[in-house]
Design a protein around this ligand. Structure first.
Ligand code: LRH
Ligand code: MN
Ligand code: MN
Length: 421
């Protein structure tokens, strides 16, 4: 990959130098040091979800692509390619039990690419073949104590696996809820959930964090136990200092002001992490920045505004790639998230505060839009070039022939049966 990056970069370096000089000049006129912004771009990192490297699916069908990863080691190879080309995805977020494997071997494989591990994700929203109690009617909030215990034990196992590979956070998202009014007692169901979470929290190492991820609906369509940020905040506050809220951009009603939720959670000292994606209708899990890039910019505007050593967030992608090569989608998404971060870094916060204090709504909003409209692409490209990545990761990846290469060693997967054909 290194050789192909060098030869592809060589083709583009002259154009990049010209474009970079132009943006430096433009930003200089605005009193912004482009080189400092470029250095900031280099500090950016977003974790890739291991599950995002395989072709996703809908509840109707899955149409697998060529060279689908067979296991966590293939997934880590794919994550390695994404990071090598973009220099923006230094960590991987694992999902247990899908990614269960020998921790030492996982560390070794990740080490080949300089990758680390971000938050662990537990899974009590589907049954596993060898599992004793079913999650059909819930997991951590189930009315049966043995089922709850099984779900708690699974989460504790996720912590143990995470400890062995250097992770320091556990994200808990559950599908528990109800499909019909009257099906469950909402208060008692939440009490049971809290008791289970307390058990998990009790098993958390001192330097770990526990993220609760809210989602408005799906798979439960009438009520969901952790349905919104209010509930998530309640959970984090009741559990203790190591508990925080995780915001998945797709887990809200359309038009909800997510940037304001971000601001509130930061104020409460309870924002822990993000799942980036984009959506038009619901939890669409589309590629970041493809539907509403301004919304993502506004979220980053809050994050950059609140930046401090105490605000140490886990940034992760959570997407499902149904019609694209997942590696390409993940690369382009990481770059779009990085773009929003860099654009938000261009906002002159003193100037903005001045307009806000003067009630100059027009100039305040224009200040944000000026940053959003700035084409920072040459800055991102230069940051990648200087850190050994590709000026154009997508075209370089296509030139590398990686997909065809892995397709020749990874067996073809059938969409119909879900298995290897
Ligand atoms: C379901 C979901 C959720 C979790 C992920 C593991 O909505 O996408 O966002 O983070 O599964
Ligand atoms: Mn998510
Ligand atoms: Mn989701």
């Amino acid at each position: 990959m290194k050789t192909i990056i060098e030869s592809e970069n060589a083709k583009r370096i002259d154009d990049l130098n010209a474009d970079y000089d132009a943006v430096c000049e433009q930003l200089d006129r605005r009193g912004i040091d482009a080189a400092a912004i470029k250095e900031r771009a280099k500090t950016f990192g977003v974790a890739v979800p291991s599950w995002g490297t395989g072709t996703g699916g809908t509840r109707f069908a899955r149409f697998p692509g060529k060279g689908e990863p067979r296991d966590i080691f293939d997934k880590l190879d794919d994550c390695g390619v994404i990071h090598t080309l973009t220099q923006a995805t230094p960590k991987v977020s694992l999902h247990i039990p899908w990614d269960k494997a020998d921790p030492k071997a996982m560390l070794e494989k990740a080490g080949e690419y300089g990758l680390g591990f971000d938050a662990m994700n537990s899974n009590t929203f589907q049954d596993q073949p060898d599992q004793e109690h079913s999650y059909k009617f819930g997991s951590l909030s189930h009315n049966d104590a043995a089922t709850r215990q099984q779900a708690v034990d699974h989460n504790i196992e996720c912590i143990e696996i995470g400890q062995a590979i250097g992770s320091n956070a556990l994200t808990v998202w559950i599908g528990d809820g109800s499909n019909f009014p009257g099906q469950t007692h909402m208060g008692r169901q939440f009490d049971r959930y809290m008791a289970s979470m307390q058990d998990i929290y009790g098993a958390l190492p001192d330097d770990w964090q526990l993220f609760s991820e809210h989602k408005m609906y799906e798979p439960a369509f009438y009520s969901t136990v952790v349905q919104d940020w209010g509930t998530s905040l309640m959970i984090a506050q009741e559990l203790g200092d190591k508990a925080k809220c995780l915001v998945d951009l797709g887990h809200h009603a359309p038009n909800v002001n997510i940037e304001m939720i971000v601001s509130r959670l930061i104020r409460a000292g309870k924002l822990g992490g993000f799942h980036f994606n984009d959506s038009k209708y619901g939890d669409d899990d589309l590629d970041s920045g493809t539907i509403d890039p301004y919304r993502m910019f506004l979220v980053w505007n809050e994050l950059v505004d609140a930046e401090s050593p105490d605000l140490n967030l886990s940034h992760m992608i959570d997407q499902s790639h149904n019609v694209t090569d997942p590696i390409e989608s993940l690369m382009i998404s990481a770059m779009e998230i990085q773009r929003a971060f860099v654009q938000a870094s261009l906002v002159d916060r003193d100037v903005l505060t001045g307009y806000q204090n003067d009630n100059d709504a027009l100039m305040a909003s224009a200040t944000l839009r000026q940053a959003f409209r700035t084409d920072v692409e040459p800055i991102l490209q230069m940051a990648r070039l200087e850190t050994g990545g590709a000026i154009d990761p997508i075209m370089t990846y296509r030139q590398s022939g990686y997909r065809a290469q892995v397709a020749s060693i990874r067996p073809k997967v059938s969409g119909a049966g879900g298995g290897i054909v």
